[in-house]
Design a protein around this ligand. Structure first.
Ligand code: ATP
Length: 442
């Protein structure tokens, strides 16, 4: 097999086209001309999103005894955002081009209007990125609500609830997955930066003296997670923020950057938030948000280490890294080499022909496989065409039912990456596939 990775310049276009054509990602409200920066996830896209969330939750919550999950409300009162600092400081610098009137985020355009090339702009002003709305039918200050711009604050406001109900002591973490909203000035680059997106955030509460050690631990743990799910090391790097670039709450931030088609850019942020958030909420709410250590008799406000990543942005990275074009039997094929745990389908069942005698075994097979794997079933067109279609959407295993299957109680399993085929007994198939899906196959 010969590898010919496409040039980074058309990788984005190729993945965008494939995602649309094969039901991963559609522009939102497309029949009305679309809605800038909003995307809908189709039948295959939702499978990948769910797998990405599950993979994160498994490693952050299920496989650990020190982290629990919550799901907090998206709508929140102004008090939360006053305390967190978002009302005052969650802003981006906004400029207007004086020639074409387009608006831009000043720190992203290097002084040149991407639309018309002009270098003349208005003075920059701070634009708050939060979506403000009204809760209930009453107009006025009392009913103002905000859509959360990050999931983290719902974790901080529940710190005391979790501490007491779950009988936790630092170090421990609270994880959350959910939608966040930011009125981005220039949403761009497909699903990389959208106004509505989904985040996976975990706040890890530690004794202040241990914060540096945990900051390094989480940076390395999260970096390794991407490697484990198939992103090549050469496509990742760490970028530590200079002290003058830190957010208002941060004592140290390192981004895990991914090699997007336009260059390395943030995939995940790992930050040492110090005691900023708990102290702010304790002061503003009047409720103590600290921890009393019964062994040392010390009361302290824990420091917080936060790994935060976008589900949608991570999904984009996995799709980009998985996209390959290679040559099989003299023909170019497109293949998504997604980790089997992230692929939209793990198994495709392909009867060799539409003849009724193959249907009985195929139905029995699907019944056996479906409790364990997400399966596709396809009996249209030639087997070669069907293999290509499954390769293109990243299905790691195709199971072919043929005219022998009923007699020898066996089927042929084809591996997406090597295209090698193996005869496997029906009774052993679930165990055979489970062993392969559970680990990386490349
Ligand atoms: P930027 O500076 O690029 O606007 P940020 O540093 O403010 O982003 P964080 O607040 O650290 O971003 O958000 C944590 C993670 O959430 C990011 O690493 C990214 O994966 C995701 N994320 C943030 N904003 C968006 C967005 N508009 N669209 C998609 N994902 C986003």
């Amino acid at each position: 097999m010969k590898e010919s990775p496409p040039a980074p310049s058309d990788l984005l276009e190729k993945v965008t086209n494939l995602a649309k054509r094969r039901g991963f990602i559609f522009p939102s409200a497309e029949i009305y001309g679309g809605f800038r920066s909003a995307y809908d996830y189709g039948p295959l896209g939702v499978n990948v999103l769910r797998n990405v969330r599950d993979a994160w939750w498994r490693s952050m919550v299920q496989e650990r005894s020190d982290i629990v999950g919550i799901e907090a409300a998206i709508l929140g009162p102004p008090a939360v955002w006053a305390a967190s600092g978002h009302l005052d400081t969650f802003t981006d610098p906004l400029v207007d081009c004086l020639r074409c009137r387009e608006r831009w985020r000043e720190d992203k355009i290097d002084g040149v209007c991407p639309n018309c090339g002009s270098t003349n702009f208005t003075a920059s002003r701070a634009f708050n990125l939060m979506f403000k709305t009204q809760a209930g039918p009453v107009e006025g200050e009392g009913a103002t609500a905000y859509l959360r711009p990050e999931t983290a604050q719902g974790i901080f406001t529940n710190f005391a609830n979790v501490l007491t109900t779950m009988r936790r002591k630092p170090p421990f973490g609270i994880a959350q997955i959910g939608k966040s909203f930011r009125n981005e000035i220039t949403p761009q680059n497909y699903v990389f930066r959208t106004r509505e997106f989904e985040q996976m955030e975990m706040e890890y509460f530690v004794p202040p003296g241990d914060a540096d050690q945990w900051y390094r631990y989480w940076l390395e743990t999260r970096y390794q997670w991407y490697l484990d799910y198939g992103i090549p090391d050469a496509w990742l790097r760490r970028h530590e923020h200079a002290p003058e670039d830190l957010s208002h709450y941060s004592r140290g931030t390192t981004d895990i950057e991914f090699l997007f088609p336009w260059g390395f850019d943030e995939l995940e942020g790992v930050a040492n938030r110090g005691d900023y958030d708990l102290t702010q909420h304790a002061t503003h709410s009047g409720v103590a948000l600290d921890y009393f250590d019964p062994t040392t008799h010390e009361r302290y406000t824990p420091y917080v280490i936060e790994p935060a990543v976008g589900v949608t942005r991570a999904t984009m990275a996995f799709l980009l890294a998985a996209y390959h074009e290679d040559e099989v039997a003299g023909e170019v094929r497109t293949v998504l080499r997604l980790d089997p745990r992230l692929a939209p389908y793990q198994v495709a069942v392909l009867p060799l022909s539409k003849k009724a005698e193959l249907e009985t075994v195929s139905s029995e097979l699907l019944e056996r496989l479906r409790p364990h794997f997400v399966c596709d079933y396809d009996l249209t067109q030639s087997i070669g065409r069907r293999y290509r279609r499954q390769d293109e959407i990243g299905t790691p295993f195709c199971v072919t039912v043929d005219f022998e299957s009923e007699n020898d109680r066996a089927v042929t399993v084809r591996d997406r990456d090597t295209t090698v085929q193996e005869r496997v007994a029906l009774d052993e198939l679930v165990a055979y596939l489970a062993a392969k899906v559970g680990t990386r196959t490349r």
